[in-house]
Design a protein around this ligand. Structure first.
Ligand code: AMP
Length: 390
Protein backbone atom coordinates (compact mmCIF):
# COMPACT_ATOMS: atom_id res chain seq x y z
CA UNK A 1 0.00 0.00 0.00
CA UNK A 2 1.45 3.36 -1.03
CA UNK A 3 1.54 5.83 1.82
CA UNK A 4 2.14 9.56 1.80
CA UNK A 5 5.79 8.89 2.60
CA UNK A 6 6.24 6.94 -0.65
CA UNK A 7 5.18 9.91 -2.77
CA UNK A 8 7.11 12.99 -3.78
CA UNK A 9 4.76 15.72 -2.68
CA UNK A 10 7.20 18.59 -2.13
CA UNK A 11 5.77 21.94 -3.33
CA UNK A 12 2.87 20.16 -5.05
CA UNK A 13 -0.86 20.76 -5.00
CA UNK A 14 -2.09 17.98 -2.72
CA UNK A 15 -5.71 16.96 -2.29
CA UNK A 16 -6.37 15.29 1.08
CA UNK A 17 -9.65 13.44 1.66
CA UNK A 18 -10.20 13.80 5.41
CA UNK A 19 -12.91 12.49 7.68
CA UNK A 20 -14.30 15.67 9.22
CA UNK A 21 -17.70 14.08 9.81
CA UNK A 22 -17.87 15.52 13.35
CA UNK A 23 -20.91 16.12 15.55
CA UNK A 24 -21.94 19.80 15.28
CA UNK A 25 -24.70 21.36 17.40
CA UNK A 26 -25.89 24.90 16.64
CA UNK A 27 -22.69 25.64 14.74
CA UNK A 28 -20.47 24.34 17.57
CA UNK A 29 -18.27 21.27 17.17
CA UNK A 30 -19.11 18.90 20.03
CA UNK A 31 -16.20 16.48 19.56
CA UNK A 32 -13.14 17.28 17.42
CA UNK A 33 -11.40 13.88 17.71
CA UNK A 34 -11.62 13.33 13.96
CA UNK A 35 -10.16 16.76 13.15
CA UNK A 36 -7.29 16.16 15.55
CA UNK A 37 -6.77 12.73 13.94
CA UNK A 38 -6.19 14.39 10.54
CA UNK A 39 -3.52 16.81 11.78
CA UNK A 40 -0.37 14.63 11.28
CA UNK A 41 -1.08 14.23 7.55
CA UNK A 42 -1.94 17.91 7.09
CA UNK A 43 1.12 19.03 9.05
CA UNK A 44 3.35 16.74 6.99
CA UNK A 45 2.07 18.49 3.83
CA UNK A 46 2.56 21.95 5.35
CA UNK A 47 6.15 21.01 6.21
CA UNK A 48 6.72 20.06 2.56
CA UNK A 49 5.45 23.39 1.29
CA UNK A 50 2.41 21.85 -0.39
CA UNK A 51 -0.64 23.76 -1.55
CA UNK A 52 -3.30 21.87 0.35
CA UNK A 53 -6.89 21.19 -0.70
CA UNK A 54 -9.00 19.45 1.95
CA UNK A 55 -12.17 17.54 1.12
CA UNK A 56 -14.61 15.85 3.51
CA UNK A 57 -18.22 14.84 3.79
CA UNK A 58 -20.43 15.80 6.75
CA UNK A 59 -23.67 13.97 7.54
CA UNK A 60 -26.14 13.18 4.76
CA UNK A 61 -27.56 15.58 2.21
CA UNK A 62 -30.87 14.43 0.73
CA UNK A 63 -32.84 17.66 0.42
CA UNK A 64 -32.31 21.41 0.38
CA UNK A 65 -32.94 21.67 4.14
CA UNK A 66 -29.93 19.39 4.82
CA UNK A 67 -27.48 21.89 3.34
CA UNK A 68 -27.40 24.37 6.23
CA UNK A 69 -27.44 21.52 8.78
CA UNK A 70 -24.33 20.01 7.23
CA UNK A 71 -22.30 23.12 6.56
CA UNK A 72 -18.60 22.26 6.94
CA UNK A 73 -17.39 25.81 7.69
CA UNK A 74 -17.14 25.36 11.51
CA UNK A 75 -14.42 22.78 10.77
CA UNK A 76 -12.32 25.45 9.03
CA UNK A 77 -12.42 27.58 12.20
CA UNK A 78 -11.46 24.66 14.43
CA UNK A 79 -8.64 23.63 12.08
CA UNK A 80 -7.37 27.17 12.08
CA UNK A 81 -7.20 27.14 15.90
CA UNK A 82 -5.55 23.71 16.02
CA UNK A 83 -2.94 24.47 13.35
CA UNK A 84 -2.54 28.11 14.42
CA UNK A 85 -2.82 29.35 10.87
CA UNK A 86 -5.43 30.81 8.52
CA UNK A 87 -7.60 28.30 6.66
CA UNK A 88 -9.40 29.36 3.50
CA UNK A 89 -12.92 28.04 3.00
CA UNK A 90 -14.64 27.49 -0.34
CA UNK A 91 -18.42 27.73 -0.07
CA UNK A 92 -18.65 26.02 -3.45
CA UNK A 93 -17.78 22.40 -4.18
CA UNK A 94 -16.94 23.25 -7.79
CA UNK A 95 -16.69 26.17 -10.20
CA UNK A 96 -14.80 29.41 -10.75
CA UNK A 97 -14.84 30.55 -7.12
CA UNK A 98 -13.20 27.34 -5.92
CA UNK A 99 -10.74 27.29 -8.81
CA UNK A 100 -9.70 30.89 -8.09
CA UNK A 101 -8.97 30.02 -4.46
CA UNK A 102 -6.95 26.97 -5.49
CA UNK A 103 -4.97 29.09 -8.01
CA UNK A 104 -4.17 31.62 -5.32
CA UNK A 105 -2.66 29.08 -2.92
CA UNK A 106 1.00 29.54 -1.94
CA UNK A 107 3.17 26.79 -0.41
CA UNK A 108 1.77 25.82 3.01
CA UNK A 109 -1.66 27.39 2.35
CA UNK A 110 -4.80 25.37 2.99
CA UNK A 111 -8.30 25.52 1.57
CA UNK A 112 -11.15 23.46 2.98
CA UNK A 113 -13.88 22.81 0.43
CA UNK A 114 -17.55 22.74 1.46
CA UNK A 115 -19.12 19.34 2.32
CA UNK A 116 -18.58 16.94 -0.62
CA UNK A 117 -22.12 15.63 -0.11
CA UNK A 118 -23.58 18.97 -1.21
CA UNK A 119 -23.07 17.28 -4.59
CA UNK A 120 -25.56 14.58 -3.54
CA UNK A 121 -28.42 17.02 -3.93
CA UNK A 122 -28.02 16.69 -7.69
CA UNK A 123 -28.35 12.95 -8.37
CA UNK A 124 -26.09 11.71 -5.54
CA UNK A 125 -23.01 12.57 -7.58
CA UNK A 126 -20.61 12.22 -4.64
CA UNK A 127 -22.07 9.04 -3.13
CA UNK A 128 -22.52 7.34 -6.49
CA UNK A 129 -18.97 8.14 -7.57
CA UNK A 130 -20.00 10.24 -10.56
CA UNK A 131 -17.16 9.92 -13.07
CA UNK A 132 -17.17 13.57 -14.13
CA UNK A 133 -17.18 14.85 -10.53
CA UNK A 134 -14.20 12.66 -9.51
CA UNK A 135 -12.28 13.82 -12.58
CA UNK A 136 -13.12 17.46 -11.83
CA UNK A 137 -11.91 17.32 -8.23
CA UNK A 138 -8.77 15.46 -9.35
CA UNK A 139 -8.07 18.29 -11.85
CA UNK A 140 -7.60 20.69 -8.92
CA UNK A 141 -4.47 18.93 -7.64
CA UNK A 142 -1.38 16.93 -8.54
CA UNK A 143 -1.33 14.26 -5.85
CA UNK A 144 -4.15 12.60 -3.85
CA UNK A 145 -3.94 11.45 -0.25
CA UNK A 146 -6.83 9.48 1.23
CA UNK A 147 -6.90 9.77 5.01
CA UNK A 148 -10.61 9.16 5.63
CA UNK A 149 -10.75 5.67 7.11
CA UNK A 150 -14.47 5.94 7.97
CA UNK A 151 -15.45 5.95 4.27
CA UNK A 152 -12.80 3.59 2.93
CA UNK A 153 -15.46 0.87 2.42
CA UNK A 154 -17.41 3.14 0.07
CA UNK A 155 -16.74 4.08 -3.54
CA UNK A 156 -17.38 7.82 -3.61
CA UNK A 157 -16.25 10.50 -6.05
CA UNK A 158 -14.10 12.13 -3.35
CA UNK A 159 -12.07 8.98 -2.68
CA UNK A 160 -12.26 6.34 -5.44
CA UNK A 161 -13.16 8.92 -8.10
CA UNK A 162 -10.16 11.16 -7.45
CA UNK A 163 -7.77 8.23 -6.87
CA UNK A 164 -8.47 6.85 -10.32
CA UNK A 165 -7.13 10.08 -11.91
CA UNK A 166 -4.12 11.00 -9.75
CA UNK A 167 -1.03 9.50 -8.21
CA UNK A 168 -2.35 8.46 -4.79
CA UNK A 169 -1.43 7.19 -1.35
CA UNK A 170 -2.94 6.84 2.10
CA UNK A 171 -2.32 9.27 4.95
CA UNK A 172 -1.02 8.55 8.44
CA UNK A 173 -4.46 7.90 9.96
CA UNK A 174 -5.39 5.18 7.47
CA UNK A 175 -1.89 3.74 7.71
CA UNK A 176 -2.26 3.47 11.50
CA UNK A 177 -5.67 1.77 11.21
CA UNK A 178 -4.45 -0.73 8.64
CA UNK A 179 -1.28 -1.52 10.56
CA UNK A 180 -3.35 -2.32 13.66
CA UNK A 181 -6.00 -4.33 11.81
CA UNK A 182 -3.46 -6.26 9.75
CA UNK A 183 -2.30 -8.19 12.81
CA UNK A 184 -5.60 -10.04 12.43
CA UNK A 185 -4.51 -11.39 9.03
CA UNK A 186 -2.01 -13.56 10.84
CA UNK A 187 -2.97 -13.37 14.51
CA UNK A 188 -0.95 -14.55 17.46
CA UNK A 189 -2.71 -17.34 19.35
CA UNK A 190 -4.85 -17.77 21.25
CA UNK A 191 -6.82 -15.35 19.09
CA UNK A 192 -10.15 -14.44 20.70
CA UNK A 193 -13.05 -12.56 19.11
CA UNK A 194 -15.61 -10.80 21.30
CA UNK A 195 -18.89 -10.03 19.54
CA UNK A 196 -21.78 -8.11 21.02
CA UNK A 197 -24.28 -5.55 19.79
CA UNK A 198 -27.84 -5.84 18.72
CA UNK A 199 -28.32 -7.96 15.64
CA UNK A 200 -26.89 -11.24 14.39
CA UNK A 201 -27.56 -10.00 10.86
CA UNK A 202 -24.88 -7.30 11.14
CA UNK A 203 -22.24 -9.76 12.29
CA UNK A 204 -22.85 -12.76 10.03
CA UNK A 205 -20.04 -11.81 7.65
CA UNK A 206 -17.62 -11.34 10.53
CA UNK A 207 -18.56 -14.68 12.11
CA UNK A 208 -18.21 -16.49 8.78
CA UNK A 209 -14.81 -14.95 8.12
CA UNK A 210 -13.35 -15.25 11.62
CA UNK A 211 -14.79 -18.53 12.85
CA UNK A 212 -12.07 -20.51 11.09
CA UNK A 213 -9.29 -18.15 12.22
CA UNK A 214 -10.29 -17.56 15.84
CA UNK A 215 -9.66 -19.89 18.75
CA UNK A 216 -12.80 -18.69 20.53
CA UNK A 217 -15.68 -16.37 19.72
CA UNK A 218 -17.29 -14.95 22.86
CA UNK A 219 -20.84 -13.81 22.21
CA UNK A 220 -22.67 -11.12 24.18
CA UNK A 221 -25.25 -8.37 23.66
CA UNK A 222 -28.66 -8.80 22.09
CA UNK A 223 -27.33 -11.23 19.50
CA UNK A 224 -26.64 -13.87 22.17
CA UNK A 225 -30.36 -14.62 22.45
CA UNK A 226 -30.78 -15.78 18.87
CA UNK A 227 -27.96 -18.28 19.51
CA UNK A 228 -29.62 -19.43 22.74
CA UNK A 229 -33.00 -19.75 21.04
CA UNK A 230 -31.29 -21.85 18.36
CA UNK A 231 -30.20 -24.17 21.16
CA UNK A 232 -33.80 -24.43 22.36
CA UNK A 233 -33.65 -22.05 25.35
CA UNK A 234 -36.56 -19.85 26.43
CA UNK A 235 -35.41 -16.24 25.83
CA UNK A 236 -38.64 -14.46 26.84
CA UNK A 237 -38.92 -10.94 25.40
CA UNK A 238 -35.17 -10.68 24.69
CA UNK A 239 -33.98 -9.55 21.29
CA UNK A 240 -34.53 -12.19 18.62
CA UNK A 241 -33.29 -12.13 15.05
CA UNK A 242 -35.72 -14.73 13.72
CA UNK A 243 -34.36 -14.68 10.17
CA UNK A 244 -30.94 -15.77 11.35
CA UNK A 245 -31.93 -18.57 13.70
CA UNK A 246 -30.91 -21.14 11.14
CA UNK A 247 -27.52 -19.50 10.65
CA UNK A 248 -26.91 -19.64 14.42
CA UNK A 249 -27.99 -23.28 14.55
CA UNK A 250 -25.54 -24.17 11.79
CA UNK A 251 -22.58 -22.32 13.30
CA UNK A 252 -23.20 -23.91 16.70
CA UNK A 253 -23.36 -27.33 15.13
CA UNK A 254 -20.20 -26.87 13.09
CA UNK A 255 -18.12 -25.11 15.74
CA UNK A 256 -19.50 -26.24 19.12
CA UNK A 257 -16.22 -25.56 20.96
CA UNK A 258 -15.48 -22.22 19.39
CA UNK A 259 -18.68 -20.31 19.99
CA UNK A 260 -19.02 -19.42 23.67
CA UNK A 261 -22.42 -18.20 24.85
CA UNK A 262 -23.37 -16.33 28.05
CA UNK A 263 -24.37 -18.49 31.00
CA UNK A 264 -26.22 -15.77 32.91
CA UNK A 265 -27.90 -12.43 32.28
CA UNK A 266 -29.19 -9.27 33.92
CA UNK A 267 -32.92 -9.59 33.23
CA UNK A 268 -35.89 -7.29 33.68
CA UNK A 269 -39.44 -6.88 32.36
CA UNK A 270 -39.19 -3.56 30.53
CA UNK A 271 -36.67 -1.96 28.23
CA UNK A 272 -35.80 0.84 30.65
CA UNK A 273 -33.09 1.83 33.09
CA UNK A 274 -35.66 2.61 35.80
CA UNK A 275 -36.68 -0.89 36.79
CA UNK A 276 -34.52 -3.08 39.01
CA UNK A 277 -32.94 -6.08 37.35
CA UNK A 278 -32.21 -9.61 38.59
CA UNK A 279 -29.40 -11.91 37.54
CA UNK A 280 -30.59 -15.25 36.19
CA UNK A 281 -29.04 -18.30 34.58
CA UNK A 282 -29.42 -18.45 30.81
CA UNK A 283 -31.90 -21.33 31.10
CA UNK A 284 -34.10 -19.60 33.68
CA UNK A 285 -35.40 -16.65 31.66
CA UNK A 286 -39.20 -16.36 31.95
CA UNK A 287 -41.58 -15.57 29.11
CA UNK A 288 -42.13 -11.98 30.26
CA UNK A 289 -38.44 -11.20 30.88
CA UNK A 290 -35.69 -9.81 28.70
CA UNK A 291 -31.92 -9.91 29.12
CA UNK A 292 -30.24 -6.54 28.84
CA UNK A 293 -26.68 -7.39 29.90
CA UNK A 294 -24.55 -10.48 30.40
CA UNK A 295 -24.27 -11.60 34.03
CA UNK A 296 -21.25 -11.69 36.30
CA UNK A 297 -20.61 -15.42 35.93
CA UNK A 298 -20.42 -14.92 32.19
CA UNK A 299 -17.98 -12.08 32.68
CA UNK A 300 -15.79 -14.26 34.88
CA UNK A 301 -15.93 -17.01 32.26
CA UNK A 302 -14.96 -14.58 29.50
CA UNK A 303 -12.13 -13.16 31.62
CA UNK A 304 -10.73 -16.65 32.11
CA UNK A 305 -10.67 -17.15 28.33
CA UNK A 306 -9.23 -13.69 27.61
CA UNK A 307 -6.54 -14.13 30.25
CA UNK A 308 -4.22 -16.07 27.95
CA UNK A 309 -5.27 -14.43 24.67
CA UNK A 310 -2.50 -12.92 22.57
CA UNK A 311 -4.75 -11.05 20.15
CA UNK A 312 -8.33 -9.90 20.69
CA UNK A 313 -10.78 -8.16 18.38
CA UNK A 314 -13.93 -6.85 20.03
CA UNK A 315 -16.95 -5.54 18.19
CA UNK A 316 -20.19 -4.47 19.87
CA UNK A 317 -21.13 -3.88 23.53
CA UNK A 318 -22.18 -6.84 25.70
CA UNK A 319 -25.27 -5.09 27.05
CA UNK A 320 -27.48 -2.05 26.55
CA UNK A 321 -24.60 0.23 27.53
CA UNK A 322 -26.70 3.37 26.99
CA UNK A 323 -28.49 2.45 30.27
CA UNK A 324 -26.24 2.85 33.31
CA UNK A 325 -27.23 -0.45 34.93
CA UNK A 326 -26.51 -2.49 31.84
CA UNK A 327 -23.10 -1.11 30.91
CA UNK A 328 -21.37 -2.61 33.92
CA UNK A 329 -20.09 -5.84 32.40
CA UNK A 330 -18.91 -4.21 29.17
CA UNK A 331 -17.00 -1.65 31.26
CA UNK A 332 -15.57 -4.31 33.59
CA UNK A 333 -14.39 -6.49 30.73
CA UNK A 334 -12.81 -3.46 29.04
CA UNK A 335 -11.05 -2.74 32.33
CA UNK A 336 -9.88 -6.34 32.48
CA UNK A 337 -8.20 -6.28 29.05
CA UNK A 338 -6.63 -2.90 29.79
CA UNK A 339 -5.30 -3.86 33.25
CA UNK A 340 -3.97 -7.17 32.01
CA UNK A 341 -2.49 -5.56 28.90
CA UNK A 342 -4.25 -7.96 26.57
CA UNK A 343 -3.61 -6.81 23.00
CA UNK A 344 -7.14 -5.75 22.10
CA UNK A 345 -8.48 -3.98 19.05
CA UNK A 346 -11.87 -2.32 19.43
CA UNK A 347 -13.66 -2.51 16.10
CA UNK A 348 -15.21 0.96 15.91
CA UNK A 349 -18.83 2.00 16.47
CA UNK A 350 -20.59 1.41 19.76
CA UNK A 351 -17.83 -0.44 21.57
CA UNK A 352 -15.51 2.52 21.00
CA UNK A 353 -18.26 4.86 22.22
CA UNK A 354 -18.60 2.67 25.33
CA UNK A 355 -14.81 2.65 25.87
CA UNK A 356 -14.67 6.43 25.44
CA UNK A 357 -17.46 6.89 28.00
CA UNK A 358 -15.65 4.63 30.48
CA UNK A 359 -12.21 6.21 29.90
CA UNK A 360 -10.55 3.17 28.28
CA UNK A 361 -10.37 4.29 24.66
CA UNK A 362 -6.80 5.56 24.86
CA UNK A 363 -5.66 2.63 27.00
CA UNK A 364 -6.49 -0.26 24.68
CA UNK A 365 -4.02 -1.39 22.01
CA UNK A 366 -6.12 0.15 19.24
CA UNK A 367 -9.57 1.72 19.03
CA UNK A 368 -10.65 1.95 15.42
CA UNK A 369 -12.24 5.16 14.14
CA UNK A 370 -14.35 3.43 11.50
CA UNK A 371 -17.31 1.25 12.46
CA UNK A 372 -18.57 0.17 9.03
CA UNK A 373 -15.09 0.17 7.49
CA UNK A 374 -13.67 -2.03 10.26
CA UNK A 375 -16.60 -4.46 10.05
CA UNK A 376 -16.07 -4.89 6.31
CA UNK A 377 -12.34 -5.42 6.90
CA UNK A 378 -13.19 -8.10 9.46
CA UNK A 379 -15.57 -9.69 6.96
CA UNK A 380 -12.57 -10.08 4.67
CA UNK A 381 -14.09 -7.81 2.03
CA UNK A 382 -12.08 -5.66 -0.30
CA UNK A 383 -12.32 -1.96 0.57
CA UNK A 384 -12.93 0.15 -2.57
CA UNK A 385 -11.13 3.21 -1.16
CA UNK A 386 -7.98 1.13 -0.74
CA UNK A 387 -8.30 -0.84 -3.94
CA UNK A 388 -8.39 2.44 -5.89
CA UNK A 389 -5.03 3.38 -4.38
CA UNK A 390 -3.44 -0.01 -4.98
P1 AMP B 1 -24.32 -2.82 17.20
O1 AMP B 1 -24.49 -1.51 16.49
O2 AMP B 1 -24.80 -3.99 16.45
O3 AMP B 1 -22.92 -2.98 17.73
O4 AMP B 1 -25.30 -2.76 18.44
C1 AMP B 1 -25.14 -1.86 19.49
C2 AMP B 1 -26.41 -1.81 20.24
O5 AMP B 1 -26.70 -3.09 20.78
C3 AMP B 1 -26.40 -0.85 21.37
O6 AMP B 1 -27.27 0.20 21.10
C4 AMP B 1 -26.91 -1.68 22.55
O7 AMP B 1 -27.88 -1.02 23.32
C5 AMP B 1 -27.52 -2.89 21.87
N1 AMP B 1 -27.59 -4.04 22.78
C6 AMP B 1 -26.58 -4.63 23.43
N2 AMP B 1 -27.04 -5.63 24.22
C7 AMP B 1 -28.38 -5.68 24.06
C8 AMP B 1 -29.42 -6.47 24.61
N3 AMP B 1 -29.15 -7.45 25.48
N4 AMP B 1 -30.68 -6.23 24.19
C9 AMP B 1 -30.95 -5.26 23.32
N5 AMP B 1 -30.01 -4.46 22.77
C10 AMP B 1 -28.73 -4.66 23.13
Amino acid sequence: MKTIKDLNIDNKKVIIRCDFNVPIKEGEIVDDTRIVGALPTIQYCIDRNCKIILLSHLGRVKEEADLAKNDLSPVADRLSKLLKKDILFSEKTRGKELEAIVDSLQGGDIVLVQNTRYEDLDGKKESKNDEELGAYWASLGEVFINDAFGTIHRAHASNVGIASHLESGVGFLIEKELTALSILDNPERPFVVVLGGAKVADKIGVIENLVTKADKILIGGGMAFTFLKAKGYEIGKSLLDEENLEFCRKVLQEYPDKIVLPIDFAVTNEFTNDEEYRTKSAYQIDKDEMGLDIGEETRTLYESILKTAKNVIWNGPLGVYEFDQYKKNTDELLKYVVENQIKTILGGGDIVAAATKAGFKDKVYHASTGGGATLEYLEGKKLPGLEAIK
